[in-house]
Each structure stands twice: as structure tokens, then as C-alpha cells.
Design a protein around this ligand. Structure first.
Ligand code: C2E
Ligand code: CA
Ligand code: CA
Length: 464
């Protein structure tokens, strides 16, 4: 009996009686552990979300505490579904819940906090029905990130709480970071995302073409399609900024379909107009590849646009291999069977694994421009570029170096056996008209002018 009652006492000490959720003590205890463990080195970080129920007091006054308690329980159960088993949800005070989100890096914690906050706002937005009363509930969410915003449990909760009340609430989201810069960043992302939904219909997207040249002849070998976006409100937005947002919101699937279709249409035109066919490269996001039927949609586009599969190369990054191995592998096989070529983009920056290279049947490796740009200054990058070239060669893959800006870089990479180059030394991404003009100007190999060395021509010495 004593043991049972001890258990019951400890349960009471850690559990909120009304909702059955962990209470303030347990939350602070867990948060304390999380904060102690978190550090950039350990790759552990956490976000604290304080969820404040707006106007609960007025509801209590109008309909009584029993109805108020019932409403709290209903809210708790909607929140529980979002917290799942990954995150700790606690009832922190009368009308406050706290959600503890643990992630590997501060950036991940920030992103997850944004995502979870959106889900919370969505989850509480359908009306609640309590004791015959239908009521609408709104919440204010404040977020603090471990390390950056505080290094104790108390401080983090205090700052997240402060964020719930801090700045005037915007009409588009009900959550705020303690740190203002993060709010501005989140706000901009939200504006970008909202505008992107309409961008396709409004015809705001276009494709720029960047030539890939053959190392030995400097002739255009293929062209990479690069998405461009100009919006009336936001101006020109860089793909580095909007592609990530399109991926997180799932919009990349629709936008990627559009790019593929338009790029193939353009390539088919070039093929009709030119004696020598020109292959095109199209970037494909992991989300597109994972969608069932992706390969069939590629086949349809090729057929509709009357483009031979051999003129299409799809570029993937290493993150396609993170999960769903079987699905990805099946799609890749199907694509190969179609006759399109596959290249591995940004090689060396992601989850490089040599076994992937052999299993996925790529034909080309693209050496990421971060290595190329550091060739002249950084010995480690030279060694890495050197090894990447050796790996590629030994597996029989074609090597493309991206972001080649100087003659010295070109020389080094050519010595290492790169087959093709892409970069501002040769040409930037061009609109299709300028690209066509450059194509026409390009002379046959025999009478091409000798390569003009860059003003500060310098050979990179490889120290082995
Ligand atoms: P990426 O696929 O690695 O594309 C090459 C990027 O390097 C392009 O940036 C290009 O303009 C830039 N670049 C080319 N030569 C040089 C150079 O010599 N120096 C420097 N510093 N940069 C150079 P961009 O167009 O801003 O695209 C950025 C990224 O956005 C792309 O990187 C790609 O990951 C993504 N992206 C662009 N279009 C699409 C698309 O249609 N679908 C998907 N999923 N991603 C896309
Ligand atoms: Ca690419
Ligand atoms: Ca790349």
C-alpha cells in the first residue's frame, strides 16, 4: 500500500491532474537535462515553445470553470497529437502549455519550431464544441532556442514567454521568436512562400541556361536549366533562397514539373534548329523523385515535347539517398531504362558514400563549387578535388567542375582529368535568347581561338 501511494504521490508531483500531461516540474526537469546536453559539438539543440491560450479567462467567466476545464482538455488533446512521441508537451500553468522540441542543430531546431508552430495554429483553428457551446480558440506562441537565447531551463521558458507577448501579433502567424532577427527571417520566408503559390500561374518563373563546356575544346557540350523568379513585390529572388522554401512547403514538386516541361520544350526547339544536338541538364529535388510516378511523368514530358531521352540529363544531390532507399533505387532504375542520363550534383557536400555511386548508376559527377572556389587558397580543397577526380575516374564517371571562375582553377582541374567545366570563366547563366546568340557565335573546334589566359594567370601547385 505504501509503495502504491508513493507511486501515486510521485505521479501527482510530475503530472497535471486535469490533462494528464507532464506538469511544470517535470517539464523543467527534462528541459534542464536537454539544455545541459545541448551544444554545437554534441550536435544537440532544443527549442522551447510556450503556447498561451488567448482569452481563456473570459471564457471561464462567461461559461464557468467546468466548461473552461473541458476546453483545456480538448485543446490539450489536439496539441498532444502534434507533439507525438518525439516532443515533450506539458501543461505549464493555467492557460499555458510548453512544448520542448529537440533537434541536432540550432538551425534544425529553429526550422522544426516554425513547422510545429504552424501545425499548432492549424490544429486549434477548427472551432471547439464544449458543453453545448461552440467557441473559437486562438493561441500565441513564443519560441526560445537553447544556447542562443539562454542556457538554463528557467531562462529559456521566461524568454519564450516574453516572446508570446512581445511584439504586436501579425495577422499571418501567431508565433514569435525571442530573437528579432529570427522573426524577420521567418517573416520573409512566409512572404516568399505565399507569393510562390501564385508565381506559377502569374508566369513569374523563367529559365536561365548555363553552358557546360568540353574541357579540351571549350565548345558548349550541354546546358543546365536554372530557375529564375522575379516577383512584383519582392523583386528578383535568388534560387538559393526560394528553392529551400519550395522544398519545405512541397511546392517544389509543381515548380519542378514546370521546369522540366519548359526545359524540354526549349531543348526540342534547339534540336530542330541546330545540326548538332545539345543536351540539357535539369535539377530534380529529392521530393520529386520520391513521388510515385515521377519516372512516368518524365516519359510523358519527353513524348509530348518530342525530345529524345538521350538529350536529357537529370541532376540529383546526395540527399536523395537519405531515406526511402528502395523507392529511390526503383525510380533511378526506371529513369535509366528510359534512356535519360543521371548526374550527381554538388558532390562532396552531402552524404557522400562510395557505395551509392556504384549502386545508383550515375553517369556524371559534378564537383561542387565550394571546392573549386577554394582551390587556390586551401590545400585541403585541392586534395579533396584531387580525390574526387580520382574516384570519379576509377568508376568510369564523367567529371564536371562547377563554378570555375579563374584560369588557374581551370588548369588545375584539367590536369586532374575533368572532362567538362561550368562557370563564369566561360559563361554565366543566360536567358534563352542570349544563350542562342552565344551558340551561334561558337565556332567549330578547328578554328576556335586559343584560350585567353585570365589577367592574373597563375598555376596552382598541388602539394601532395
Ligand atoms: P546548382 O545546381 O549547383 O547550380 C549552379 C549554381 O552555381 C547556379 O546558381 C549558378 O548560377 C551558379 N554558378 C555558376 N557558375 C558559377 C561561378 O563561376 N561562380 C559562382 N559563384 N557561381 C556560379 P543559381 O542559379 O543561383 O542556383 C542555385 C541553386 O538552386 C542550384 O545550384 C540548384 O541547387 C537550385 N536550383 C536552381 N534551379 C533549380 C530547379 O529548377 N530545380 C531545383 N530543384 N533546384 C534548382
Ligand atoms: Ca545543378
Ligand atoms: Ca551544383
Amino acid at each position: 500500500i505504501l509503495r502504491e501511494s508513493n507511486k501515486s504521490i510521485s505521479r501527482q508531483a510530475t503530472t497535471d491532474e486535469l490533462t494528464g500531461l507532464p506538469n511544470r516540474h517535470l517539464l523543467l526537469d527534462r528541459l534542464d537535462t536537454a539544455v545541459r546536453r545541448s551544444s554545437p559539438v554534441a550536435r544537440l539543440s532544443c527549442a522551447v515553445l510556450v503556447i498561451d491560450i488567448d482569452n481563456l479567462r473570459r471564457f471561464n467567466e462567461a461559461f464557468g470553470h467546468a466548461a473552461g476545464d473541458q476546453l483545456l482538455c480538448d485543446i490539450a488533446s489536439r496539441l498532444k497529437r502534434i507533439a507525438g512521441t518525439h516532443h515533450t508537451l506539458a501543461r505549464y500553468g493555467g492557460d499555458e502549455f510548453v512544448l520542448l522540441v529537440s533537434e541536432s542543430t540550432a538551425d534544425d531546431a529553429i526550422r522544426r519550431a516554425e513547422e510545429v508552430s504552424t501545425h499548432i495554429v492549424e490544429a486549434v483553428s477548427p472551432p471547439f464544441s464544449v458543453a453545448g457551446i461552440t467557441t473559437v480558440v486562438t493561441v500565441s506562441i513564443g519560441i526560445a532556442i537553447s544556447g542562443e537565447d539562454g542556457d538554463t531551463a528557467d531562462l529559456l521558458v521566461q524568454r519564450a514567454k516574453l516572446a508570446t507577448t512581445q511584439s504586436p501579433r501579425s495577422s499571418v502567424n501567431n508565433w514569435r521568436f525571442f530573437n528579432h532577427q529570427k522573426n524577420e527571417r521567418a517573416q520573409r520566408q512566409l512572404v516568399i512562400e505565399r507569393n510562390m503559390w501564385r508565381a506559377l500561374q502569374n508566369g513569374e518563373f523563367s529559365i536561365a541556361w548555363q553552358p557546360v563546356v568540353t574541357a579540351s575544346t571549350r565548345q558548349f557540350a550541354k546546358a543546365e536549366a536554372l530557375l529564375r523568379w522575379t516577383n512584383v513585390e519582392l523583386g528578383v529572388i535568388s534560387p538559393d533562397e526560394f528553392i529551400g522554401i519550395a522544398e519545405r512547403s512541397g511546392l517544389i514538386v509543381e515548380v519542378g514539373d514546370w521546369v522540366l516541361d519548359q526545359a524540354c520544350r526549349q531543348a526540342a526547339n534547339w534540336q530542330r534548329e541546330r545540326a548538332q544536338p545539345l543536351a540539357i541538364c535539369v535539377n530534380v529535388s529529392a521530393l520529386q523523385l520520391r513521388r510515385p510516378g515521377f519516372c512516368a511523368s518524365v516519359a510523358t514530358v519527353l513524348k509530348n515535347r518530342a525530345l529524345p531521352a538521350s538529350l536529357l540529363e537529370l541532376e540529383f544531390t546526395e540527399n536523395i539517398m537519405i531515406d526511402d532507399d528502395a523507392i529511390v533505387l526503383a525510380q533511378i532504375r526506371e529513369l535509366r531504362a528510359l534512356g535519360v542520363s543521371l548526374s550527381l550534383d554538388d558532390f562532396g557536400t552531402g552524404f557522400s558514400s562510395l557505395s551509392y555511386l556504384t549502386r545508383f548508376d550515375f553517369s556524371t559527377l559534378k564537383i561542387d563549387r565550394t571546392f573549386v572556389s577554394a582551390l587556390e587558397s586551401d590545400e585541403r580543397s585541392r586534395r579533396l578535388a584531387d580525390s574526387i577526380c580520382a574516384i570519379g575516374k576509377s568508376l568510369g564517371l564523367a567529371l564536371v567542375a562547377e563554378g570555375v571562375e579563374t584560369e588557374a582553377q581551370r588548369q588545375f582541374l584539367q590536369d586532374e582529368g575533368c572532362d567538362e567545366f561550368q562557370g563564369w570563366l566561360f559563361a554565366p547563366a543566360l536567358d534563352s535568347l542570349s544563350f542562342e546568340q552565344r551558340l551561334v557565335q561558337a565556332k567549330p573546334v578547328s578554328d576556335a581561338p586559343a584560350a585567353r589566359p585570365a589577367p592574373h594567370h597563375r598555376r596552382i601547385r598541388l602539394v601532395r
